[in-house]
Design a protein around this ligand. Structure first.
Ligand code: FNR
Length: 187
């Protein structure tokens, strides 16, 4: 089983990137058969239909990575009670082409939602908006458990995520997502 993480922040010291890395560690420990990779998508251009065909190389590459994955684990920050516009841009590229024959790589794809923020909401608003968009794209969203970690600054140690109190929730979401994907594969 391949799980691909998409991190909605491009920031080098991103909390959400560090959370994705912690998820990789949890999978390696508790689910060693799972292959885990964090998608590199910083070079995806802004959506512009003038350059849509043929797909720019970074777009073709991320579409292929998503296509090959059995599940996508999203780790997104919240910007103004929404998910970042940069992530919307990536999902817009992944939402096309829309034809049955060419395939739309998000359709039917299992998704788990996670995020961390220094604020109180822990990215819950952003996740609600992700559900709206991903539902429209017919992704297969695992609605529970979601992981929204507030006050993430309290779980940092010298700039590094120590993930003390939230570690069991990350482990629970990892196990649930692996089970969710397995059940889909058994259908
Ligand atoms: C934020 N931040 C933020 N946090 C939050 O909990 N709710 C919000 O609505 C917002 N809005 C917001 C808008 C913009 C434009 C920025 C740049 C930031 C703060 C945000 O959670 C914080 O910067 C995190 O560190 C971003 O996540 P990464 O990059 O650490 O993963």
């Amino acid at each position: 089983m391949k799980i691909l993480a998409i991190v909605g922040s491009l920031r080098k010291a991103s909390y959400n990137l560090q959370l994705a890395e912690a998820a990789g560690t949890v999978l390696a420990k508790n689910h060693p058969d799972v292959e885990f990779e964090i998608l590199d998508w910083a070079d995806v251009p802004l959506m512009n239909q003038d350059i849509e065909h043929p797909a720019p190389e970074p777009v073709a590459r991320v579409r292929e990575k998503v296509k090959q994955a059995d599940g996508i684990w999203l780790f997104s920050p919240e910007y103004n009670h929404f998910f970042p516009g940069t992530l919307k841009n990536l999902l817009d590229w992944l939402s096309r082409p829309v034809s049955e024959s060419e395939g739309q790589v998000l359709r039917g794809k299992p998704f788990a939602l996670a995020g961390a923020s220094p604020g109180m909401s822990g990215t819950a608003h952003a996740q609600d908006h992700l559900v709206t968009m991903l539902s429209f794209l017919q992704a297969d969203i695992m609605n529970a458990p979601r992981l929204a970690i507030p006050h993430i600054g309290q779980q940092m140690d010298g700039g590094k995520l120590s993930l003390s109190s939230s570690a069991p929730y990350l482990e629970k979401q990892a196990a649930a997502f692996v089970g969710f994907i397995e059940r889909r594969q058994a259908l």
